[in-house]
Design a protein around this ligand. Structure first.
Ligand code: KIV
Ligand code: NA
Length: 276
């Protein structure tokens, strides 16, 4: 059954945990769906994971639409959320609504996600008013890497912890259907989760959140440029892939692949006619 933003809210009310993972392409979306994952985020982390950028700043609307539409074609049951890339919602409320609309119409998203708290409340309100569900994203917001001076846990002191709580309440009041909490202390995330009526989806935010999200390539150990503390490797797909590539390489070079059964036949009669 198709997961919707209503499903997410009901799961929080019933105390059922919500599972989310990122996805960036059709084939992986089908596998995530088969795994029963409630929501797929087409994260702008695709800049790092799929495109090899060092941060998410360079990711474009076209990148998000291209990958988002592929995921939407593969996900029959999971809710598809597409990230709004850097500078697609910061310039004005008008630009934000237009770009959120493109992610829905061209990317076929079920919802969009954007980074920020109090400062983007008006943007969340306007997009939501247009009938587009918004997932907020607070705590460590990677599009602000140049402002933060790196990727650091947020909300460790009382000033930034209070700011996180204000941000959570602001995005809820603005109409967000859920909020991502990235890299915040577990007990703070638990407190925020209790105080909100909308689900919190944690990444590096402990078990007290209503749901969890990870970058799928991280939890499969496929992406190895860096590995944050909160990542658990649920499988070592990197090792499996590299091993398979090595075996293919040696079989091609040894002439053992392809074998006869991998080829297409032609009759001797046709063959004999070729030299006439
Ligand atoms: O882009 C992304 O993958 C994200 C998640 C880490 C929440 O925003
Ligand atoms: Na993101």
């Amino acid at each position: 059954m198709k997961n919707t933003v209503v499903t997410f809210k009901e799961m929080k009310q019933k105390g059922e945990k919500i599972s989310m993972l990122t996805g960036y392409d059709y084939s992986t979306a089908k596998l995530l769906d088969e795994g029963g994952i409630n929501g797929i985020l087409v994260g702008d982390s695709l800049g790092n994971v799929m495109l090899g950028y060092e941060d998410t700043v360079s990711v474009t609307m076209e990148d998000m639409i291209h990958h988002g539409a592929a995921v939407a074609r593969g996900a029959k049951n999971a809710l598809v959320v597409i990230d709004m890339p850097f500078m697609s919602y910061q310039t004005s409320v008008y630009d934000a609504v237009v770009n959120a609309g493109r992610l829905m119409k061209e990317g076929r998203a079920n919802a969009v996600k954007l980074e920020g708290g109090e400062e983007v409340a008006d943007v969340i309100k306007a997009i939501t008013k247009a009938g587009i569900p918004v997932m907020a994203h607070i705590g460590l917001t990677p599009q602000h890497v140049n402002e933060f001076g790196g990727y650091k846990v947020q909300g460790k002191d009382s000033a930034t912890a209070k700011k996180l709580i204000r941000d959570a309440k602001a995005v809820e009041a603005a109409g967000a259907f859920a909020v991502t909490l990235e890299c915040v202390p577990s007990k703070l995330a638990e407190k925020v989760t209790k105080e909100l009526s909308i689900p919190t989806i944690g990444i590096g935010a402990g078990a007290g959140c209503d749901g969890q999200i990870l970058v799928y390539a991280d939890m499969l150990a496929m992406f190895s440029d860096y590995r944050p503390k909160f990542v658990k490797n649920f499988a070592n797909v990197r090792e499996i892939m590299v091993q398979a590539f090595k075996e293919y390489d040696s079989e091609v070079k040894a002439g053992t692949y392809p074998a006869e059964e991998h080829g297409y036949a032609i009759s001797d009669e046709v063959l004999s006619q070729l030299d006439d």
